[in-house]
Design a protein around this ligand. Structure first.
Ligand code: GLU
Length: 441
């Protein structure tokens, strides 16, 4: 860790993600001298390769714009590179390295054979028209297509990249590669190779995981209040399933503030989240404007200021800090499942764990998204399409398996379950064993 800190002192998010994993696996690592001999950790913390490219496109005013694009192929020990693309103004190589590193362990937890990757651009979708989004996606693919393939590297969505963007990206890929294998990207439209339930999968899977965690702790989600952050694809899926399971979603949020929904979110409001995301306005206030009787907007506040039983960060890394965790606990929150990637700061995780709050990390909780991407790849490779029921059953089974792996590796001598350790050790053991068996490469 000290060596990495000296070498990558500017890459705060990457260092944070690595530190969490290395602390979790320390004891297990020390029990396996063969890992040390093969320098597994030194190899595992470095991406296999990073592609960086310029993306130039023309905006609606006719002006030339230039952004940077990246693909971080992190680890291929257990399968081809797999992970999303993030379009956000704050994207840097450090952010994508942390996400690719996390993805490697998350994908290992899914039970499916997928390595870890991440990519994206500092392109800011906020305020962009559909035509601008299309031209950017096409320009981005002009470079990316050489790096990817259905058996090499399979990108998908992430923050700022949903079904619309995947459509534009795939259209350009086809033209360039003259290859019609839809398995090169996941999160596609349902009529051209996309898996039923892929849009819902991250949020649905997160709620299935939460159910298992609560059940193990002798609790039930029925009737509990849930505060979640964001209003994008992940928050939408989480709100949908939370409501179906009988919980009451009383807060959603955006960069502009929080919307409190004291009587619980309605189906119409959940549908409206999709409209808000597609508008590219990035304002949660729009919910309160549309439903003034049901939702109250407070600018500048987070969902963590709202009294709730369960907190579900669904937006961005480090969106819930130590002070937020303290505020939640003071308001009676007793469970936090991280749905965003690294949504909680180390201080927040420490605060939750030392106060006996049920806490589970993103790489376990949100793995249903990439797992269903894996199911999409399977359907594409065999030229079939499963029903919603079939996909949902498989997603259920995978989330249950991930929960069991966390329990297996995370149960402490005093009987309590450390889900952070459990997820990290389970993912690490699978990747490290594969690396060992494949020799020094
Ligand atoms: N971006 C999602 C994640 O963080 C999904 C990736 C995928 O489906 O490949 O896991």
């Amino acid at each position: 860790m000290a060596k990495l800190q000296a070498k990558y002192s500017q890459e705060k998010e990457y260092l944070q993600a690595v530190q969490e994993v290395l602390e979790s696996i320390e004891d297990v690592y020390n029990q396996h001298p063969e890992f040390e001999k093969a320098k597994i950790v030194e190899r595992l913390v470095e991406p296999d390769r990073i592609f960086t490219f310029r993306v130039t496109w023309i905006d609606d005013k006719g002006e030339v714009q230039t952004n940077l694009g990246y693909r971080v192929q992190f680890n291929s020990a257990i399968g081809p590179y797999k992970g999303g693309l993030r379009f956000h103004k704050a994207v840097t190589p450090s952010m994508l390295k942390f996400l690719g590193f996390e993805q490697t362990f998350k994908n290992a937890l899914t039970t499916l054979p997928m390595g870890g990757a991440k990519g994206g651009s500092d392109f800011d979708p906020v305020g962009k028209s559909d035509a601008e989004i299309m031209r950017f996606c096409q320009a981005f693919m002009l470079e990316l297509w050489k790096c990817i393939g259905p058996d090499q590297d399979i990108p998908a969505g992430d923050v700022g990249v949903g079904g619309r963007e995947i459509g534009f990206l795939y259209g350009m890929y086809k033209k360039l590669a003259r290859e019609y294998n839809t398995g090169v990207l996941t999160g596609k439209g349902a009529t051209w190779g996309g898996s039923i339930l892929r849009p819902e999968a991250t949020g649905f899977g997160a709620l299935y995981f939460t159910q298992h965690l609560l059940h193990k702790a002798g609790k039930d989600i029925q009737g509990k209040t849930v505060a979640l952050s964001g209003f994008g694809n992940v928050a939408w899926g989480a709100a949908t399933k939370a409501k179906q399971l009988g919980a009451k979603v009383i807060a959603i949020s955006g960069p502009d503030g929080v919307c409190q929904i004291p009587d619980g979110i309605t189906d119409e409001m959940i549908d409206y989240m999709l409209v808000m995301r597609a508008s590219n306005r990035n304002k949660v206030e729009d919910m309160a404007v549309k439903f003034p009787e049901l939702a109250k907007f407070t600018p500048g506040k987070k969902s963590w200021s709202v009294k709730c039983d369960i907190a579900l960060p669904c937006a961005f890394q480090n969106e819930l800090n130590g002070d937020d965790a303290k505020e939640l606990i003071a308001n009676g929150t007793w469970c936090c499942c991280e749905v965003s990637n690294m949504g909680c700061t180390p201080e927040a995780i420490h605060t939750f764990q030392s106060n006996g709050i049920l806490f589970a990390p993103g790489k376990a909780v949100n793995a249903g998204g990439v797992a269903t991407s894996g199911l999409e790849m399977t359907q594409n490779a065999s030229h079939i399409s499963w029903s919603a029921q079939e996909v949902d059953d498989k997603l259920h089974f995978i989330m249950q398996s991930i929960h069991e792996a966390c329990v297996k590796y995370g149960t402490q001598p005093d009987g309590h379950i450390d889900y952070v350790k459990g997820a990290n050790i389970a993912g690490f053991m699978k990747v490290a064993t594969a690396m060992l068996e494949q020799g020094i490469i």
